[in-house]
Design a protein around this ligand. Structure first.
Ligand code: PGA
Length: 271
């Protein structure tokens, strides 16, 4: 009904429908652009107001890559306790969608490990994101030291989905050593992979953060593999030239200080 009303006010059709898909008309595109500009202006106004009020109020819009869901929400708890007037919106989404949001400047900060190579960004490493090899606790390699990459390649391997930063880092390492993995299946979720490992479908390499809540709970074990952990970092990213709000700037500083300690303490519990 609102769209109908809007079309009436504009006096021109805003979209065409072809089958189940909707395409914006030129008028629709222009309206979308204008609305974005208006929202941007309103956001800036909100930012000026909250900056004037100090940190008592404001909004923090975060978009984080799927694997970052294991530590970002944990950091938000103490931050919100400290600044109870701040509203948080947290989008947890895949690589492609994060890039789209980043290029459209829809959020204050983005958290990811695999940096985009075709966008103009400012980024800062906020903490480590090591990748480890996980196997079922009763796996024959469980107690071996310094297992070779060739030996790992002989095991059925469960891989993250195309587009995942974890997948890219694992593939890069094995390609660098000219070793091909025996990929039994691709799965689009860290949790599904952990269940598949426990179920005996194979081994995998995932971020150590994926163990943050339960640790090594008797069903999974970390294998001691040469070249692992793969050293990676979590980056806080935003479009180059963007002026961060006081709230976003404060959260970034918090991630680099107290936030870092919180994340490190949850990771050491998984050793
Ligand atoms: P993911 O990892 O895409 O595998 O969830 C995060 C990243 O590398 O950016």
């Amino acid at each position: 009904m609102q769209v109908k009303q809007l079309t009436k006010i504009v006096g021109m059709p805003l979209f065409d429908q072809v089958g189940k898909r909707i395409y914006l008309t030129q008028a629709g595109e222009e309206l979308l652009k204008t609305c974005r500009e208006l929202f941007d202006k309103l956001d800036k106004f909100e930012m000026i107001l909250s900056d004037l009020k100090g940190l008592k109020q404001g909004r923090l819009r975060l978009a984080v890559i799927t694997t970052a869901k294991y530590f970002v929400p944990r950091l938000l708890g103490p931050f919100c306790q400290h600044y109870p007037g701040i509203d948080i919106s947290l989008q947890v989404t895949n690589h492609e969608y994060i890039l789209r949001r980043l290029s459209e400047n829809l959020d204050d900060l983005y958290i990811m490990s695999q940096l985009p190579d075709n966008l103009d960004i400012t980024y800062q490493a906020v903490q480590e994101n090591p990748l480890i090899v996980l196997a079922p606790a009763n796996h024959p390699l469980a107690n071996q030291k310094n297992i070779s990459l060739e030996r790992i390649a002989a095991e059925p391997f469960i891989m993250r989905e195309p587009g995942s930063g974890t997948r890219k880092a694992v593939q890069d390492l094995f390609e660098e050593h000219k070793i091909s993995l025996k990929v039994r299946l691709d799965l689009g979720s860290n949790e599904a992979i952990k269940q598949a490992i426990a179920g005996g479908l194979g081994i995998s390499a995932l971020s150590r953060h994926t163990l943050a809540l339960e640790g090594i709970n008797g069903q999974l074990t970390i294998l001691d593999v040469e070249k692992f952990p793969i050293e990676r970092y979590w980056y806080a990213v935003y479009p180059k030239g963007k002026q961060l709000s006081v709230v976003a700037q404060t959260f970034l500083e918090y991630m680099l200080t107290q936030g870092k300690q919180i994340a490190e303490s949850t990771m050491t519990q998984t050793h």
